[in-house]
Design a protein around this ligand. Structure first.
Ligand SMILES: C[S@@+](CC[C@H](N)C(=O)[O-])C[C@H]1O[C@@H](n2cnc3c(N)ncnc32)[C@H](O)[C@@H]1O
Length: 260
């Protein structure tokens, strides 16, 4: 377990609102166009997310999103008729999400809390969704245990974590000597590379162990969206996305679907 404090993580994500760097911010967060722009950018970069949400969101489902950020996915899930609870460690991210919900005429509940200590009773939700969050929290295992606890019997989770894919091999190539000589962990290196207080990478074996309380596990490999890449890297990115063989080994994101 990492020794980075929750306060450091909370302050970081409050100062660095997820997705903030990629859209113009021409509009104020009081304006619906602010969220329209944020959402358009998110789904241009990570264009597979709408299909991912389509694959589980059904009217009447009660869904908890952990680490909602600006709330794009919470809004998309709510628009499908789910009853959504959007949780984040950063109070301002919860406010953005709720403001966006209201401007779009959607209903939702916002909760500022820690994924490692969810403030809900056992068996409260049909589905827990979390995208790109639990590798940033010190005790990922505790957060996954909490997901299992708050899910109803036969409930499902859809969780994206960083995978030991190409980013990991690039880190090994570039900084492997520091890992050996200065005993720097891959966690320290990944956090530096990702410019966050804490970013962790997981192998499939480690993920199986983290989710060992779930009955069925399915993995879907994907990678960073290509829209923001330099044309040279875009070519490599297209090859990676087209090849199942390469994606299985080198994909940088792993989407985990688990059933209780
Ligand atoms: C990389 S952002 C992802 C946001 C959103 N899911 C997305 O994909 O745009 C990580 C988010 O997780 C939240 N977060 C980090 N640690 C958390 C924790 N222990 N409990 C709840 N939220 C947490 C941060 O505040 C931040 O909003």
């Amino acid at each position: 377990m990492s020794d980075v404090s929750k306060k450091t993580i909370q302050d970081f994500w409050t100062r660095n609102v997820p997705g903030w760097d990629v859209f113009s911010k021409k509009y104020s967060p009081e304006d619906k166009r602010f969220y329209l722009e944020a959402d358009a950018h998110r789904y241009r970069y990570d264009d597979y997310i709408p299909a991912l949400i389509d694959s589980f969101a059904a009217a009447g489902l009660s869904v908890l999103e952990i680490g909602c950020g600006l709330g794009t996915d919470s809004r998309t899930i709510a628009a499908k008729g789910c009853s959504v609870t959007s949780l984040d460690l950063s109070p301002s991210n919860v406010s953005f999400t709720m403001k966006g919900m209201k401007l779009f005429g959607l209903k939702g509940r916002g909760v500022c809390a820690d994924a490692e200590k969810l403030p809900f009773k056992d068996a409260s939700f049909d589905l827990v969704y979390s995208f790109g969050v639990l590798h940033h929290t010190p005790n990922t295992r505790a957060a996954i245990r909490e997901i299992q606890r708050v899910l109803r019997p036969k409930g499902r989770c859809v969780v994206m974590l960083y995978h030991k894919g190409y980013a990991y091999y690039l880190l090994l190539l570039r900084y492997g000597w520091q890992m050996l000589l200065r005993r720097l962990s891959s966690e320290k290196l990944m956090s530096r590379y990702d410019s966050t207080p804490l970013s962790k990478l997981y192998s499939k074996k480690e993920i199986r162990s983290l989710f060992d309380g779930f009955d069925r596990l399915d993995f879907q490999m994907t990678t960073y969206g290509g829209a923001q890449l330099h044309p040279v890297f875009k070519f490599a990115y297209r090859i990676l996305r087209k090849s199942r063989f390469l994606m299985q080994r080198f994909g940088s994101f792993i989407i985990i679907r688990g059933s209780k």
